[in-house]
Write a protein that binds this ligand. Structure first.
Ligand code: GDP
Length: 461
């Protein structure tokens, strides 16, 4: 038995249609109290059938003419009896419909409570429920690919398969422990060892997808820096796709740091365009330079931009010497006849562990080298063999941690087996691995973790 919750599931504001969702044991009764039809009541309506009627408030006033669709447990999103009322999409009318439903006995749903119920009733695993939240907030096509439709279930499916095999391995080992005299279980150490090794290979292969999942979902902090006039703003604008940073031929015009979320192929970049690193000339420029160094120190991707028509200076060396996990040196303006320093910049980049890419950013996206830059970024942060939407991908730190502890427990089981330890030690390691995988899928998870996951959802989802 669950209490009956209700919420507006569509965005607030004015639109064609708004949906008020009601879910719980009394959902249909609650809806029948406010939804007046000429023919059958909602409780006489078949599963997944819709009916037209009027919503009437507690004073007997008609609020709106609506369509109500009934879904019976367990064949609904939440797994409970559910009624979805589609009313006209005005802000006030929607609020009034919700008020009428709440008066009729429903309680206002908390953020993510519908999805939490879907998880509790076993309609969704925890990682599928997380994908629902990700899908709603998806801001890039890659995020959508990684979370929509069947993609939601790919990770759960793999994790469940691994858990299932651990359970059967444990069962066989336990028989051996409990009935050592009898010949019931034919499992020996070598077979158990092979099984644990094979399981660890699978957890490792899933773990390796997190590099891609993180770049797609969380994104990467990236910084563009370099001397004034090298083409930083031009590059930033190419990423942003509009004239967000002011591009001018006057040196030192990008005084402040601009930040935007952009995509480089599948990678989400939080991109900052900093003032050019140079000997501070004036107050404003000095602040900008400091900011550039600060942003660069936190960046995972450092893109330095260099003008191949001007000789190398100590400043080029200085920006290329900043440390970052991935460094790319964009050697720009190669379209110009006086671009005579390309080789020098390339050599310097190699010396400073930066990947050199020659560009003519003024030519825009396409063959001016920008596409090569995007490919290099994708290559640095994602695995090109992973097909989003087709392959299981670890998308969240929480999932990654659970898998990592499952994998180290499997490794321990392998060492216990090779080290000739007692079977009890092996089963204890395998149980640890199982627990970790159950945390990932949500089969065993604390209320605190659930609160954190579902608290990020909006009301009505
Ligand atoms: P920033 O100071 O580093 O931000 O440099 P900008 O992006 O403002 O560019 C400085 C000047 O160089 C502008 O006039 C740009 O149009 C020009 N510029 C940028 N990229 C190229 C390029 O690839 N080729 C040529 N010829 N000019 C470019």
């Amino acid at each position: 038995m669950t209490d009956t919750i209700a919420a507006i599931s569509t965005p607030r504001g004015t639109g064609g249609i708004a949906v008020i969702r009601i879910s719980g044991t009394d959902a249909v009764d609650v809806a029948d109290r406010v939804f007046v039809t000429r023919v059958k009541r909602l409780c006489e309506t078949e599963h997944a059938h819709a009916r037209v009627g009027n919503i009437v408030d507690s004073d007997g006033n008609t609020v709106d003419k609506c369509v109500a669709t009934v879904f019976y447990a367990p064949h609904s999103y939440t797994g409970e009896d559910t009624v979805e009322i589609s009313c006209h999409g005005g802000a006030l009318v929607t609020e009034e419909v919700l008020t009428a439903v709440l008066h009729a006995g429903a309680r206002l749903a908390e953020p993510g409570e519908f999805t939490r119920r879907a998880f509790t009733s076993g309609k969704l695993t925890l990682s599928e429920a997380e994908s629902v939240g990700d899908l709603i907030h998806a801001a890039t096509r890659a995020q959508l690919r990684a979370t929509a439709g069947d993609a939601m279930s790919l990770l759960s499916r793999d994790v469940d398969a691994i858990s299932g095999e651990i359970v059967s391995l444990l069962a066989r080992i336990n028989v051996k422990i409990d009935y050592p005299e009898e010949d019931l279980a034919d499992i020996d150490r070598d077979e158990a060892l092979d099984a644990c090794r094979a399981l660890s290979v699978r957890t490792k292969s899933l773990l390796s997808t997190y590099r891609t999942g993180r770049a797609v979902m969380d994104g990467v902090d990236a910084v563009i820096c370099g001397r004034p006039n090298a083409g930083k703003s031009t590059l930033y604008n190419l990423f942003v796709g509009e004239d967000a940073a002011i591009v001018t031929p006057v040196a030192g015009t990008t005084r402040d740091t601009l930040t935007a979320s952009v995509t480089a192929g599948r990678v989400l970049l939080r991109l900052s365009d900093t003032a050019g690193i140079r000997t501070p000339g004036d107050e404003i420029e000095a602040v900008g330079v400091e900011r550039a160094k600060k942003s660069a120190s936190k960046a995972e991707l450092l893109i330095t931009v260099h003008d191949s028509t001007v000789p190398l200076s100590s400043e080029d060396g200085e920006v290329m010497s900043l440390t970052a996990p991935v460094k790319i040196a964009v050697i720009n303006k190669i379209d110009r006849d006086d671009a005579v320093y390309i080789n020098e910049y390339t050599a310097l980049a190699r010396e400073r562990d930066a990947l050199p890419i020659t560009t003519s950013l003024i030519r825009g996206r396409g063959d001016g080298g920008f596409d090569a830059l995007v490919s290099a970024i994708e290559h640095a942060f994602t695995d090109g063999d992973i097909r989003l939407g087709h392959d299981a991908v670890v998308l969240h730190a929480r999932q990654n941690e659970a898998l990592a502890s499952a994998d180290s427990a499997l490794e321990r089981a392998v060492s216990a087996l090779t080290g000739g330890m007692m079977w009890d030690i092996v089963t204890s390691d395998l149980n640890d691995a199982l627990d970790a995988l159950y945390t990932l899928s949500g089969k065993s998870v604390t209320d605190e973790v659930l609160g954190e996951i579902f608290g990020k959802f909006c009301v009505g989802k």
